[in-house]
Design a protein. Structure first.
Length: 211
């Protein structure tokens, strides 16, 4: 067992396999849905959406509550090789792809449930749903998530590439430019942290509060 648990790849794939078996057993075997039913795909997409969003927001909080505040406490000669060249690039990989998959699964879930256009237009596309608080609330949550996704892919990630010279894309960038890129990435990461709490209220509250 120790050998198995020591291998992250084995653990991750086994966890996913067990989760899929759980989903199939309870959705098909117990609840009686078929694979083509909208309810089955709702369950599958909702699980996928939550799973990848944990990866995204978990890394967002790791950066803002753990790495950024504590990295300056590490001596410079140790900080660069350990964090800038190893930890940060790996974390940024899961961070940005967690954001991408969260957006994709969220849009697919809304499409599966038939409220994608209504939510993105805050109900204006389907009068009189404009007066429906659930549509407005989930729409606000979706737009906050889209803004956060945009920040990740088009501001945070490009600036982190410059600041850390990831994949040696910016070998000749001067120190001042690297510092400026790092600050920009930090400010937009902090912006996403600010948006994350109200976004989660909208996402979780829409179904809970309005059925």
């Amino acid at each position: 067992m120790a050998a198995f648990l020591s291998n992250l790849r084995f653990v991750a794939w086994t966890a996913l396999a067990v989760a899929v078996l759980f989903l199939i057993y309870f959705a098909v075997g117990v609840a009686g849905y078929e694979f083509g039913d909208a309810a089955f795909w709702e369950a599958a997409l909702r699980w996928s959406h939550v799973l990848v969003s944990i990866m995204w927001i978990g890394h967002l909080y790791y950066f803002n509550f753990t790495q950024i505040p504590n990295a300056p406490k590490i001596p410079e000669e140790h900080r660069g090789p350990s964090i800038g060249k190893v930890i940060a690039p790996a974390a940024l990989y899961w961070f940005r792809w967690g954001a991408m998959l969260t957006l994709i699964t969220g849009l697919l879930l809304a499409w599966n449930q038939g409220y994608l256009l209504q939510a993105l237009t805050l109900g204006a596309a389907d009068d009189p749903s404009f007066a429906v608080p659930k549509t407005i609330l989930i729409g606000i949550g979706m737009w906050l998530a889209i803004i956060m996704w945009f920040n990740v892919w088009f501001i945070i990630w490009p600036n982190q590439q410059k600041a850390l010279n990831i994949n040696n894309r910016y070998p000749d960038l001067d120190a001042a430019s690297k510092a400026g890129a790092a600050k920009t990435a930090m400010l937009f990461s902090r912006t996403n942290t600010l948006l994350s709490a109200p976004m989660l209220v909208a996402m979780t509250g829409a179904s809970t509060l309005f059925g």
